[in-house]
Design a protein around this ligand. Structure first.
Ligand code: GUN
Length: 284
């Protein structure tokens, strides 16, 4: 039986229309949510992500500033920019697009963002609260993944979830969120022995490795839910995921496409966090 394909685009559009209403209500109370995005350098993929974030803000009525900095900016200058945004009352959310040039410490930069404006959920305070189940902004891609699974109608509690990838942005936090949803979680990675065999144990398989079509049908148990986080350029320059879509769709019960799966959800969760930040900061 072929898998059901869930459109992240449609789910994201649904959430964005709710956010638009919520922003209108906040504006009536004199609160105008605002997001600042800092982009250092000219990486084409990052430029495209940042454009998508600005467009998303416009769509739901969030004020946004995109701050472009030359790749030669010093760490001190970048920290100064964040200091300014931390104090700016028009700005409720701050995001520094990663990766940063090699001469800048990403950890130092992230740690400089005021935790109450950290709508990426990347600061040590937010990550720590995520681990202990405290109040925090949920990281956007992992949160989007959980929303997609829930909206597919599949339950998470009691299921065996295997996450392939252990990045700070996706692999580690999505594992924590799946655990919070009462899944039994295995984190697999490039050094995992017998990776396909481990993956085949998954009721829910989340793939975030950054290698085009790495996960084929031999990695997937019949009826599994498969979430593809990868965004890679194929040989024909088209976007492809980490999962071999054509092969896996015959085996999985539910599969996210690339593009149009997890991607649109990431930006939508960022918009949601920005609205949440405005409410928290303005005590709405
Ligand atoms: N680069 C790739 N994904 C992300 C993300 O979710 N947030 C930031 N800040 N940078 C990224």
């Amino acid at each position: 039986m072929a898998a059901e394909i869930i459109s992240g685009k449609e789910v994201a559009a649904d959430i964005r229309s709710q956010l638009r209403e919520e922003v209108l209500g906040l504006k009536e109370k004199g609160i105008h949510p605002g997001l600042a995005v800092i982009l250092v350098g000219e990486d084409p993929a990052s430029q495209s992500y940042v454009k998508g974030k600005a467009r998303g803000c416009e769509e739901v009525g969030i004020y946004s500033e995109v701050i472009l900095k030359d790749a030669s900016i010093t760490q001190e200058e970048l920290l100064g920019e964040i200091d300014r945004l931390n104090k700016d009352s028009k700005i409720h959310g701050i995001l520094v697009q990663l990766p940063l040039p090699k001469h800048i410490s990403e950890n130092a930069v992230i740690d400089h963002i005021a935790p109450e404006k950290d709508v990426d959920g990347f600061t040590p305070v937010n990550v720590g609260n995520l681990v202990i189940g405290g109040e925090c902004y949920l990281p956007c891609t992992p949160h989007g993944i959980i929303e997609l699974i829930k909206r597919s109608g599949r339950s998470i509690a009691g299921k065996h979830a295997v996450v392939i990838g252990r990045s700070n942005i996706v692999g580690k936090p999505v594992s924590l969120l799946l655990l919070q949803e009462n899944a039994t979680v295995t984190i697999a990675h490039s050094r995992t022995a017998n990776l396909a065999e481990v993956a085949r144990q998954a009721d829910i398989l989340v793939v975030a490795v950054g290698r085009a079509k790495m996960v084929g049908a031999d990695y997937v148990k019949s009826g599994a839910v498969v979430i593809d986080v990868g965004v890679n350029r194929g040989e024909d320059k088209k976007l492809v995921g980490d999962v071999d879509f054509e092969g896996v769709k015959e085996i999985a019960s539910f599969l996210t496409p690339v593009p149009g799966g997890v991607g649109p959800m990431t930006i939508t969760m960022l918009l949601k966090n920005t609205v949440e930040a405005a409410k928290r900061i303005c005590k709405a």
